[in-house]
Design a protein around this ligand. Structure first.
Ligand code: NDP
Length: 443
């Protein structure tokens, strides 16, 4: 049995009940075979065994009181996965589906994503099974305060810097930051995604979605194509989906779908993004309400975005939202490029369908790295007590995404997998982390 296969076998045996973590590790480790199996040095220091084991897992109780005076208890997590190249960095997710396996898959992916940005940040992730949906602002505040009362013991601007993710946006980051400051008495850049009045960075809100479209644009350009005039389908209607749609439209594409966990909308004339922002960012409503703004659009309950004919698909909701049959439907309808805005939205089988059919495929750890890259720019501004302009940050983001494209394309080519950006992104992200681990000894 090969070294990689034996590490994967052992990982599955020792981490039962964590299918998402198994899936993420399988994708990464399998595509590292060309580099790992060529060189004994990795196996001789058990590098993979150490890489797949988090440096630290913190699990805690989060008690809070609702508006009616009832006491609730949620689970809190922070997985500090790898500090090989810098302090832990990665978002917090508040969603009922959160469990240890989900946080570990996200933290594992984050190691390579952060490495790909070229910035000195390690990998981590955290969250809770708390559902902010349907809660009052005061309930969300009390939950965030309780969560941070414990989390603040383990984070710091040079230790671990959390950010947002599903269910954690500007409101939650504000409450978390306020509590951190109250407990520690320190005004420092311990969280990113902060409001602009208290240390946040311009472009952070847009960064993941914009970055996704910047890298897709690079990938299309290299193939002699462009976004102009293309029909784009997008899933989700949260932070990543909204700003991916905005940038795609700015570059001349027509975005025709968005979704949430209840259903999806199809607007053949192109999505009205002002309406979506009003529904999602202001009223915290459901995507179904889009029909109140555009009565000629269609609303469907359940899943179905990937049945719509498109040139380019951008999954921006959640993990495993695009399965083998969805990939086949996209290919059959002429879709020729996919960029992953969400983390691990495509199953392993779906990725296989895309690669076998020559679809240009930008995997999540490269394609959605713009968010964490801009978070790292927020950290730099906080350290320097400076605020850069929108144009400055946007130009840096664009440069970082172009560089990630070049690195993953070059790594894919070097190892004989031209245009396989899954292999390219994994190898390019891995190399830097592995070199740092080799240099730092058995720790
Ligand atoms: P938001 O909470 O802003 O939006 C999430 C969207 O996805 C919502 O439309 C939500 O619908 C939908 N969704 C979430 N869970 C499910 C589910 N189980 N089934 C169906 N739909 C679901 O999160 P973000 O936009 O920030 O995150 C979206 C994805 O992008 C995630 O995978 C995240 O990890 C990834 N990402 C985010 C980054 C960021 O900077 N925010 C950075 C890099 C990656 P509903 O409201 O009904 O739940």
């Amino acid at each position: 049995m090969s070294y990689v296969d034996s590490v994967l076998d052992e990982l599955i045996r020792r981490n039962p009940g964590e299918p998402e973590f198994h899936q993420a590790a399988t994708e990464v480790l399998n595509s590292l075979k060309p580099i790992i199996e060529k060189d004994e040095k990795y196996q001789s220091v058990a590098l993979l065994e150490r890489l797949v084991e988090p440096e630290r897992v913190i699990m805690f109780r989060v008690p809070w009181v609702d508006d009616a005076g009832k006491v609730h208890v949620n689970k809190g997590y922070r997985v500090q996965f790898s500090s090989a190249i810098g302090p832990y960095k990665g978002g917090l997710r508040f969603h009922p589906s959160v469990n240890l396996g989900v946080i570990k898959f996200l933290g594992f992916e984050q190691i390579f994503k952060n490495s790909l940005t070229g910035l000195p940040i390690g990998g981590g992730k955290g969250g809770s099974d708390f559902d902010p949906k349907g809660k009052s602002d005061n309930e969300v505040m009390r939950f965030c305060q309780s969560f941070m009362t414990e989390l603040c013991k383990y984070i710091g601007p040079d230790v671990d810097v959390p950010a947002g993710d599903i269910g954690v946006g500007a409101r939650e980051i504000g409450f978390l930051y306020g509590q951190y400051k109250k407990i520690t008495g320190r005004y420092e850049g311990v969280l990113t995604g902060k409001g602009l009045t208290y240390g946040g960075s311009l472009v952070r809100t847009q960064a993941t979605g914009y970055g996704l479209v910047y890298i897709v644009d690079e990938m299309l350009k290299a193939a002699g194509k462009s976004l102009a005039g293309q029909v784009v389908t997008i899933s989700g209607s949260g932070n990543v989906a909204i700003y991916a749609a905005e940038k795609a439209m700015q570059l001349g594409a027509k975005v025709v779908t968005l979704s949430d966990s209840n259903g999806w909308v199809y607007d053949k004339d192109g999505i009205d993004l002002d309406a979506v922002k009003e529904i999602k960012e202001v009223r915290r409503g459901r995507i179904k309400e889009y029909l109140q703004y555009r009565p000629n659009a269609e609303y469907h309950e359940g899943k179905g975005v990937w049945t719509v004919k498109c040139d380019i698909a951008l999954p921006c909701a959640t993990q495993n939202e695009l399965l083998e049959e969805d990939a086949k439907a996209l290919v059959a309808n002429g879709c020729y490029a996919v960029g992953e805005g969400a983390n691990m939205p495509s199953s392993l089988e779906a990725i296989d369908v895309f690669l076998k059919n020559g679809v240009l495929f930008a995997p999540a750890k490269a394609a959605n790295a713009g968010g964490v890259a801009t978070s790292a720019l927020e950290m730099s501004q906080n350290s320097q007590r400076l605020s850069w302009t929108f144009e400055e940050v946007d130009a840096k983001l664009k440069g970082i995404m172009a560089n990630i494209y070049r690195e993953m394309a070059a790594a894919a080519k070097e190892y004989g997998y031209e245009n396989n950006f899954v292999v390219g992104a994994n190898i390019a992200g891995f190399k830097k982390v592995a070199d740092a681990m080799l240099a730092q000894g058995i720790v």
